[in-house]
Ligand binder design. Structure first.
Ligand code: HEC
Length: 119
């Protein structure tokens, strides 16, 4: 009995920790502090400085440089729809393709993306 209880006490926190870093498909997400105030969409500077040169509703065809049509970081609903993928790609370093985000800008992007993506 005591051994079973001990095992349960050890396993539960491990499972909870795994949920925080992993959404189940093997993708990694940063750990964020969602204490208010969470940044608003307009406050995510990185979208304007590092994303909309490809992911913009203003851009069509080749000017998107391959960025999926309809995935635009100058349109709130579009960005909010891919909030988790936004944090994941930046955290993993695949977006923006050239890298180079300032750490402070990344932090704001992560908190917006993973704390409810407020408008
Ligand atoms: C130079 C052009 C370019 C810039 C700048 C760029 N992207 Fe992308 N993005 C792409 C291309 C091309 C794809 C589709 C191919 C791919 O998935 O790698 C893509 C796909 C994506 C995807 C979907 C891929 C997935 O794995 O879910 C997300 C999310 C994304 N970009 C986020 C961002 C964010 C956030 C920024 C800014 C921090 C950004 N991108 C900047 C070109 C760009």
């Amino acid at each position: 009995m005591r051994a079973e209880l001990l095992i349960a006490l050890l396993i539960v926190p491990l499972a909870v920790t795994a949920c925080g870093d992993d959404d189940g498909d093997g993708a990694s997400l940063p750990t964020v502090d969602c204490t208010p105030p969470v940044p608003t969409f307009a406050e995510v500077r990185a979208f304007r400085s590092n994303c909309i040169n490809c992911h913009s509703i203003q851009l069509t065809d080749n000017s998107r440089q391959g960025a999926p049509v309809g995935m635009d970081y100058d349109v709130y609903a579009s960005a909010a729809a891919v909030a988790e993928a936004t944090a994941r790609t930046v955290y993993e370093g695949s977006m923006p393709p050239s890298g180079g985000l300032f750490p402070a800008d990344k932090d704001v992007l992560y908190r917006w993306s993973l704390c409810g993506a407020p408008p």
